[in-house]
Design a protein around this ligand. Structure first.
Ligand code: FAD
Length: 281
């Protein structure tokens, strides 16, 4: 797909804040390449408990200054209202107007002494403190959040975030398109009209993807897992097959009414660019 200058494409690209100078230099290159696609925004993750607070902030401000909107992720678990208030204020002072509001997951062993329990409380707090200054994006789970007691309860909790004032949602990644389409149907039946943008995880290797998916509750369908396992250490074949599978998924999602795509880039440009290149114009 060609980028159209001056017309943002309905794509967004997620980064994590780099930990080293080498990582920061890499991210500059990755950002430059992905910026050529003229995305709607870049987002930058936030370590729950505040571990990446300064690095997320610096990365977001740097991206915003380069001309395309940057949206910080902000997780509220283990945080105080005063702390969140001060983060929001710093972002306002730097012209940031989009935010991804999350509960977050605490690193194991860390106890929460925070004033927020769930993301809907954070969304309500942002609205209460800053009115309509921020466009608020929240997380959605077409395959249900791993801690949810049931899919129905999880959907109710998603609805709470929308009712608290979310403007848009980005989903956890998935490889079952039906789960997304079913989730869209549920939203429609429940009067939820905000855009629900699929989160897309390119497939470039297997072990890490498997680990991530176990943690975040994303299902790797058996047929896909078996094929990926079958490639063993043959990274080239995994990447070629992964590119086919994820490009098809993206095309299906867009054809089926997805309002855009949000790519979990893992601070790499090539896998995302290859997928975009495979999409029909
Ligand atoms: P919530 O919406 O609060 O839901 C968490 C769980 O609690 C769910 O099981 C839900 O059903 C339940 N629940 C929600 N509200 C209520 C309620 N009022 N009463 C009872 N139960 C409730 N993590 C990070 O640490 N940093 C990041 O930058 C980050 N970025 C992400 C970006 C995206 C697009 C996504 C999809 C996830 C991201 N995550 C990130 C992971 C996320 O923090 C975890 O999935 C976390 O476990 C849940 O966060 P949430 O905002 O969805 O929480």
């Amino acid at each position: 797909m060609q980028s159209q200058k001056n017309h943002p494409q309905p794509f967004s690209f997620e980064f994590y804040p780099p930990k080293t100078e080498e990582g920061a230099a890499n991210l500059q290159l990755v950002h430059t390449k992905l910026a050529e696609q003229n995305p709607e925004f870049f987002s930058v993750t936030f370590g729950a408990g505040g571990s990446t607070r300064d690095k997320t902030f610096d990365t977001v401000v740097d991206i915003q200054q380069k001309g395309i909107a940057a949206a910080p992720h902000l997780s509220c678990v283990a945080s105080t209202k005063e702390n969140i208030r001060s983060i929001l204020k710093s972002y306002q002072e730097h012209g940031i107007s989009k935010i991804v509001a999350l509960r977050g997951d605490l690193p194991s062993g860390m106890m929460s002494a925070g004033e927020f329990r769930y993301a809907n409380e954070l969304v309500a707090f942002i609205r209460q403190e800053t009115g309509d200054d921020f466009e608020i994006h929240v997380a959605a789970y077409p395959e249900a959040h791993p801690q949810a007691s049931s899919a129905a309860e999880d959907f109710k909790n998603f609805k709470r975030k929308v009712e608290a004032g979310a403007d848009a949602a980005i989903t956890q990644y998935f490889y079952n398109a039906e789960a997304y389409f079913y989730f869209l149907d549920l939203c429609e039946k429940n009067g939820i009209t905000i855009p629900i943008v699929p989160g897309i995880m390119p497939i470039t290797q297997y072990a890490q993807l498997f680990r991530f998916s176990e943690m975040c509750g994303a299902d790797i369908p058996r047929w896909l897992r078996k094929r990926l396992e079958g490639f063993g250490d043959d990274r080239t074949s995994i990447q070629a097959f992964g590119l086919d599978v994820v490009s098809d998924l993206c095309q299906r999602l867009l054809d089926g009414g997805a309002p855009g795509l949000h790519f979990y880039t893992m601070n790499q440009s090539a896998p995302t660019l290859a997928i975009l290149g495979n999409l029909r114009q």
